[in-house]
Design a protein around this ligand. Structure first.
Ligand code: ATP
Length: 440
């Protein structure tokens, strides 16, 4: 399958099944932001819940936070974003379309839109932060920014959290939230958008132990993605070169996935040194040191950051799960999602609309819902079509109530991937599903 084909197919499948819609579609869409529909929001929530569980619930040394999107403008002065959060921008002299000057398709000087040669002049630096005003006066003194990363909310709360949670270094703070970047060239579906979500964790360590912690987090994060069932051969690390390394970073690795449009980053692991806390200390005038109660040592901790794009990781998950195959002479499209991520865990079908089967199926479906097993009831169309719809939606198990159910109170459960069918007693279905929902 050509790479463009796969992306087109994903965009169309995710729309058809209610995963992702273009924002403001009835107005022609925006192209740079997307909305998550009924299945999309479930998938996204499941991904975030797994991350939160691994980062916060399963550990004693990481605390959670939900900081506001709007922050004091001084934060972005201190962090270096006002001065340096820029991309080089060029404009075509003929069609006036604007591009990031460092895109490979622009570097030769030819406009990718209208084809004009030597189309671009000297790049100018463009700040990616969205600017707005706090309060009713639109003046420079009231200017604030939508946060371009969630990390700064963590740094400014470092001492609040360390003190109230009684944490000792090393410890971390995790946060999931929206971030905004006025990207010059958004694109590739939900890969690069102007509004997106990040799941970030900042781990505060004693200087000198940072290299060791970096290695631990690097390995840990890769293992987490592999644990979601992402194909190992599609995942790799990329170490930032001197030129790529941010001014504050000592060491940085990206976790990359081989998307249909090439190997691209979807999570970064960075050794940010004591840059952020030191800068906030300077700019706010407040001490942000850690005092080691055992030794009375004072120091500004180093930070190891793990920064995952939620939407980009969703694109990884969807791309990796998409499969086309021929089964029993019929083509099918499957989203082979890990059961923990799948929006619907089960679908319940009465084989025919008679002999009391719809009533039994409805009862089973309602029982699943009450037991918090997301389920979908479908009595419409042939059984084959009902299977296909659920395969596309990524539902791991389809349960069919048939003639035999009336005789021995069992149902058929079909596995989305292996297509194996087993008969399970109706009152054992919840337990059977729960066991398998916990992971493969
Ligand atoms: P890129 O080089 O692709 O612009 P970046 O290096 O600026 O990314 P970071 O600042 O390290 O990215 O952000 C951490 C993560 O946030 C990225 O790995 C990515 O998953 C996500 N992210 C960053 N920018 C966007 C965006 N415009 N749209 C969607 N996700 C994004």
């Amino acid at each position: 399958m050509a790479s463009g084909d796969l992306m087109d197919k994903l965009v169309s499948l995710t729309k058809r099944r209610g995963y992702v819609f273009q924002s403001s579609e009835i107005y022609g869409g925006t192209g740079s932001v997307w909305d998550y529909g009924p299945l999309g929001v479930e998938l996204k929530n499941n991904l975030k819940a797994l991350w939160w569980s691994a980062m916060v619930h399963q550990r004693d040394d990481i605390e959670g936070l939900d900081a506001a999107i709007l922050m004091h403008p001084g934060v972005w002065e201190a962090s270096g974003h006002v001065e340096g959060f820029t991309d080089p921008l060029v404009e075509c002299s003929s069609c006036h379309r604007r591009f990031r000057a460092d895109l490979p398709e622009v570097e030769g000087g030819q406009c990718p839109t209208c084809g004009t040669r030597n189309a671009f002049g000297t790049p100018r630096m463009f700040n990616l932060m969205f600017k707005t005003f706090m309060g009713p006066v639109e003046e420079d003194a009231a200017a604030i920014y939508l946060r371009p990363e969630t990390a700064q909310g963590i740094y400014v709360n470092f001492l609040n959290i360390q003190g109230t949670a009684r944490q000792k270094v090393p410890f971390g703070i995790a946060q999931i939230g929206k971030a905004f970047r006025n990207e010059i060239t958004p694109g590739n579906f939900i890969f690069r958008t102007r509004e997106f979500e990040q799941a970030e964790m900042q781990f505060f360590v004693k200087p000198g132990t940072d290299d060791e912690w970096f290695e631990r987090w690097k390995a840990d994060r890769m293992a987490w993605h592999a644990g979601l069932g992402i194909k190992a051969e599609k995942l790799r690390f990329h170490q930032h070169t001197e030129e790529e390394l941010a001014h504050y970073a000592k060491l940085a690795f990206d976790i990359e996935y081989e998307f249909p449009f090439g190997w691209k980053e979807f999570e970064g692991i960075h050794n940010r040194t004591d840059f952020d806390l030191s800068r906030h200390q300077e700019h706010s005038g407040k001490r942000l040191e850690y005092i080691d109660a055992a030794t009375n040592e004072r120091y500004v901790p180093y930070v190891i950051e793990t920064s995952m794009g939620v939407d980009r990781t969703l694109l990884v998950v969807l791309t990796d799960a998409y499969r086309e195959e021929v089964v029993e002479g019929e083509e099918r499209v499957v989203l082979s999602l890990d059961p923990r991520l799948a929006p619907l865990k089960a679908a319940v079908f009465p084989l025919v609309k008679k002999d009391g089967l719809p009533e039994i199926a409805t009862k089973l479906h309602e029982g699943l819902r009450k037991a918090s097993v997301p389920s979908f009831y479908d009595a419409a169309g042939s059984i084959g079509r009902r299977y296909r719809r659920q395969d596309e939606a990524g539902t791991p198990w389809c349960i069919t109530v048939d003639g035999q159910t009336n005789e021995d109170d069992t149902v058929t459960i079909r596995d989305r991937d292996s297509l194996e069918q087993v008969r399970v007693a109706t009152d054992k279905v919840v337990g059977w599903l729960r066991e398998r929902m916990a992971g493969r």
